[in-house]
Design a protein around this ligand. Structure first.
Ligand code: WTA
Length: 650
């Protein structure tokens, strides 16, 4: 197995579904699993017909020409009609879609009927700017209601959205707009974070000053009264363009395989991949998983996914899944420690949240802040707790279970990826006996296999995680690069989708995810490519060469550690190290800024010139160094270790 797969700890505590929960759950037996195992296409066809409203029924469930899938072929639907119109037509228009809460404490509640009006108006605004089915639009926004409105307006008329997380840099915006040839950017003046207004529009201005020449217009929502620079003819205020927009925009039926969105994610090279998702299969799987994994009862539940819509979790489980299922959601703009470290628990108590979906990194932060924070709030409304984004360590799982779940709520640890579109491996809360730290088993209709280096099946022990059959919400490819799609996901193991994760299978057939086996780091549940950070480091004029590794971090899971060699004529100094760090922040965005930059005289390389990242990781984690005899210059590691130890003392 790959060296990056850590030591597997045996965890034998088990938690069957609480009987009173199982008794009321949407599903509490093996029925769905058995049905899907017998005929997975028939299973998904049934889900598609049950959970989705089609304008025209599909003829073929799946067309599979490895690795290209088409689901629900011949079917026609409009995803926003599924998320909005059909609930209103069924008399549920007055139901709240989102209880939105701004970080400063301002609130806005929007019903399904009101949301439809906003979406239709904004869709007409898009049409007015000349956007047509098949075009691409970039969205760079804070967590305000205009963000789902913008996404849904695009979807209503068949324009693909490409949401760019608000923490990304101007360069990242340029890359993504250039790649997708986006014609419009939808943004805001700023958003509230950590008690202050954080500007966004200037970053868009910087991007447009340096590239993104396909962008013709910019629409700016006013969130913070920051009075941004508005370029005549190019920039338009959201409230101005919406003022006279017609609320009449019938939902046009789309082909099941109509491109719904592109979402860029980091891979093992410097260039992010534009992951493509289409309409019918995506909606089917996100609606199915949202409903059954969270045991959604739309009549009574108040569901809250505390992620950012800039990531896939927000796309599938703040926007499309919850709206398709007609539930009321909470949406929160800001950070969990503003104004106090109990902000989340205060929100859970006030809105009587029934499902909470967050990330292990957040849970570890809450652990650090202390159990007194949740203890000062009434969290008894909670029914299901979810986690996503990275492996959850058993300690964090137990803390979540005890201190948030009152030792009585099922936890669903959901493994999936931007590429998979929806949940793949997770317990079902009324069915599965959980084990702290295990994502348990594949959902009904999804099939996984662990394999070794040669692609041979591993029935017990560690291996590479692969998916063996197509699934409805699978990526349809990489925008503009079908070859890369084939190479990245379908070439390592013949006929199987290689997820890039290592996992271990226990005697009960439970999967334990162990993290990435490629050069992708997972920092606070966000995927960051080592190569991308390395290119940003060498982009600094003083840096000759760089190597980046993910060190271990108690809270963020991994932390970015950059080792750099300076160009001749530069003296190592703390100030220069900081400057280089900041440079990465500017190039890629704050989330990719290394925690530490260590200036080294040389990097440990094999005789064939490959950087030995394993050694650098060991150094970063302060571990005993293993065998260094394959190095071209074994002496170099000792010196690096010394420098790293110095930088720790700072
Ligand atoms: C990791 C986020 C362990 C994994 C939805 C995967 C997880 C990558 C889990 C995808 C989990 C996500 N347990 N690891 N429950 N969920 N991961 O594309 O390494 O941002 O490959 O999608 O996160 O990250 P992405």
């Amino acid at each position: 197995m790959s060296e990056t797969i850590g030591v597997f700890e045996v965890e034998d505590r088990t938690f069957p579904p609480p009987p009173e929960f199982a008794a009321q759950a949407l599903t509490n037996d093996q029925g769905l699993y058995e049905e899907a195992a017998a005929d997975f296409e028939a299973f998904w066809a049934r889900q598609a017909r049950e959970l989705v409203t089609w304008n025209k029924d599909f003829d073929t469930t799946l067309e599979w020409e490895l690795p290209f899938a088409k689901w629900f072929v011949g079917g026609e639907l409009n995803i926003t009609a599924n998320c909005l119109d059909r609930h209103i037509e069924a008399g549920r228009g007055d139901k709240v879609a989102y209880h939105w809460e701004g970080e400063p404490g301002d609130t806005r509640t929007i019903t399904y009927a009101e949301l439809l009006v906003e979406v239709c108006k904004f869709a007409n605004v898009l049409k007015g700017l000349g956007l047509e089915k098949g075009d691409r639009v970039a969205i760079y926004m804070p967590m305000i209601l205009e963000l789902p409105i913008a996404m849904l307006a695009c979807a209503r008329i068949g324009v693909a959205h490409s949401v760019i997380f608000g923490g990304f840099s101007a360069d990242a915006i340029v890359d993504r707009c250039d790649d997708a040839q986006a014609r419009l950017i939808i943004t805001a003046d700023g958003g509230y974070r950590k008690g202050a207004a954080a500007p966004l529009k200037p970053t868009v201005d910087d991007a447009l000053a340096s590239g993104a020449s396909s962008v013709e217009n910019v629409i700016v929502a006013n969130r913070c009264d920051l009075d941004p620079n508005m370029v005549d003819g190019r920039d338009h205020w959201w409230h101005d363009v919406m003022a006279d927009a017609s609320p009449d925009c019938p939902a046009e039926p789309m082909d099941a395989e109509q491109l719904l969105y592109i979402l860029y994610t980091s891979g093992t090279t410097a260039k992010p991949k534009g992951i493509m998702h289409t309409t019918g299969g995506y909606l089917t799987q996100v609606a199915f998983t949202h409903k059954y994994v969270f045991d959604i009862k739309p009549e009574t539940d108040i569901y809250w996914c505390a992620a950012d819509i800039g990531w896939v979790t927000g796309h599938s489980y703040i926007v499309y899944g919850p709206l398709a299922n007609g539930v009321t959601s909470v949406m929160y703009e800001g950070t969990p420690d503003t104004p106090g470290k109990d902000r989340l628990w205060d929100i859970v108590e006030r809105y009587k949240v029934t499902q909470l979906y967050t990330a292990p990194t957040a849970i570890r932060m809450f652990m650090k802040w202390g159990a007194q924070e949740p203890a000062s709030h009434d969290l008894s409304s909670l029914r299901v707790l979810g986690t996503v984004g990275e492996p959850i360590n058993p300690e964090a799982w137990m803390w979540y279970h005890d201190h948030i779940g009152g030792s009585a709520r099922p936890i669903v640890d959901t493994w999936w990826q931007t590429e998979t579109g929806g949940h793949m491996i997770t317990p079902l809360p009324g069915v599965t006996t959980t084990k702290p730290g295990s994502a348990c088993t594949t959902i009904p209709g999804v099939f996984a296999e662990l394999v070794d280096d040669d692609g041979e099946s591993v029935s017990n022990g560690g291996g590479y995680l692969t998916i063996t059959k197509p699934w409805p919400s699978m990526l349809r490819g990489i925008w503009g690069d079908p070859q890369r799609y084939q190479d990245t996901y379908w070439s390592r193991f013949e006929g199987k989708y290689f997820a890039g994760d290592g996992a271990k299978l226990d005697d009960d057939g439970y999967l334990w995810l162990l993290g990435r086996v490629d050069d992708v780091m997972n920092v606070s549940g966000h995927r960051i490519s080592t190569t991308e950070v390395e290119s940003a480091l060498v982009d600094h004029s003083s840096v000759a060469e760089a190597a980046v590794v993910g060190g271990t971090d108690d809270v963020t899971g991994q932390a970015i550690i950059g080792y750099v060699i300076l160009r001749g004529g530069n003296e190592p100094s703390e100030a220069l190290g900081d400057e280089i760090r900041e440079h990465v922040g500017v190039k890629l965005g704050k989330i990719a800024r290394p925690k530490t930059v260590i200036i080294v005289p040389d990097l440990p390389k094999t005789r064939s010139g490959k950087i030995m990242r394993r050694l650098l990781r060991d150094v970063a984690d302060g571990r005993q160094l293993g065998d260094t005899t394959t190095l071209a210059d074994p002496g170099v590691v000792a010196e690096i270790a010394e420098r790293a130890a110095d930088s720790d003392e700072d």
